[in-house]
Ligand binder design. Sequence first.
Ligand code: NAD
Ligand code: UDP
Length: 309
Amino acid sequence: MRTLITGGAGFVGSHLCERFLAEGHEVICVDNFITGRPVNIQHLRANPKFRVIVHDASQPLFVDGLLDNVLHFASPASPIDYVKSSIQTLKIGSLGTHVALGIAKAHGARFLLASTSEVYGDPVVHPQTESYWGNVNPVGERSMYDEAKRFAEAMTMAYHREHGVNTHIIRIFNTYGPRMRLDDGRVLPNFVGQALRGDPLTVYGEGQQTRSFCYVLDLVEGIYRLLQKDYPHPVNLGNPSEITIKQFADEILKHTGSKSAIVYRPLPPDDPKQRKPDITLARTLLGWEPKIGREEGLKLTLDYFRTKV
Ligand code: NAD
Ligand code: UDP
């Protein structure tokens, strides 16, 4: 089997490269390192089945030989990254998805799109089911990401319906683990970095907004299982254990043993008030559910971050 992974040098992408290599696949990682890092895949370079193509995946790419799978994970993913690179984010979600689908079509390969819970926007249905169409501000400060991913889903379904490509769409809910960048601005690296340095933890708003955090290896298992199925419609992948951001800050303080204070900062515009996946579909279709709870996942993640601060 030969698998191409765009965004393979990123946080999630690097774990995917590892998993597909472990399953015996040849893996081609396509990345331009806009938010990913060479160090994330350094340990894989010695494997003769691993190849890296440094390339902007919004631009056409022609790959020699057979391909069985194309996994499209390239995109800035943290709010500060996608706001800083807003046009690049729109291009990789739109033009990049078109390029990746074109590669899959040309090779008769399976295709999987990394979509996001952000397609639900600031959801009024809770928990979020795949049948919910969302509540997205099309011109808001997150729109470069939300709308790019919504377009990417539409483009994926069009390639399925019009060209018969064997497509898959996952909607990923907040995922964490080793290889997140300490400075990517997402809540976990922010809180952990602040706690380990003894700086105050910055809770945005009153901290009553909720998220549901999934450990990265649980996500990777769900992705691997979905790729074996012929199911073109979106599937939520995430951990339904929901927590407020203030409770999350308290948990980080407990797990790090830090004496840092908690300070409150303004809530960014359009920050979703609640987020929790309904994973009934993934449970029934894939026999999948997360196995690694926050206690264990945070321990594994802290072991990694302690070597970085
Ligand atoms: P990340 O920023 O660590 O990884 C993204 C990777 O894509 C990086 O290596 C980056 O360099 C690469 N990339 C971006 N634009 C590119 C381009 N034009 N050409 C080539 N490479 C490019 O982020 P992540 O958390 O690993 O997210 C990976 C994917 O999963 C993204 O598509 C993201 O939208 C999706 N996702 C992640 C989460 C999460 O919680 N981590 C949640 C929802 C969706
Ligand atoms: N957040 C916070 N403090 C921080 C970073 C984030 O309170 O230092 C909040 C943010 O406002 C959001 C939640 O934590 O409500 C998750 O933010 P993140 O950027 O990780 O991802 P999102 O789920 O918003 O895409």
